[in-house]
Design a protein. Structure first.
Length: 112
C-alpha cells in the first residue's frame, strides 16, 4: 500500500520519514502506513499491519525503530507518536482514535 500523509502538507522531515518507511512498506505489503505533522515539533506515525499479530508491543516497536534509526537524530526527535496495531486492534485503541480524529491544537489554548 502507499504510505499516506494523512493530513496537512508534507515537508522535508516527513519526506525523509516516508522514504525510510518505504523499506518497511516493501517488506510488509499488507501494512497500512499513515503519518502527519501534528505540530512544528510533533510527527505522528501509525502502522496497521496484520503481521503484528502475536507480537509483543516491544517487538513491534523494535522492528519499526530499526528502520526509523536510519533517520538523522533531529528527524527521529520529531516522532512523538508511534502507533503500531493489528487491524483487529484499531477499534479499541485510544491512540488510533486520536489518529483518526485528532484534537485540534487550538483547543489546548495559546502557547506560552
Amino acid at each position: 500500500m502507499p504510505i499516506t500523509i494523512s493530513r496537512g502538507k508534507t515537508d522535508e522531515v516527513l519526506d525523509r520519514i516516508k522514504a525510510v518507511l518505504a523499506v518497511y512498506d516493501r517488506d510488509h505489503p499488507g501494512a497500512r502506513i499513515d503519518l502527519y505533522r501534528q505540530s512544528p515539533a510533533s510527527i505522528r506515525i501509525r502502522i496497521i499491519d496484520p503481521s503484528f499479530e502475536g507480537m509483543e508491543r516491544s517487538q513491534r516497536n523494535d522492528l519499526v525503530w530499526d528502520i526509523l534509526d536510519r533517520l538523522p537524530d533531529d528527524d527521529q526527535a520529531d516522532v512523538s507518536m508511534l502507533v503500531l496495531l493489528t487491524p483487529d486492534e484499531t477499534s479499541r485503541s485510544f491512540a488510533n482514535f486520536e489518529f483518526e480524529d485528532p484534537v485540534p491544537m487550538e483547543l489546548f489554548g495559546p502557547r506560552t
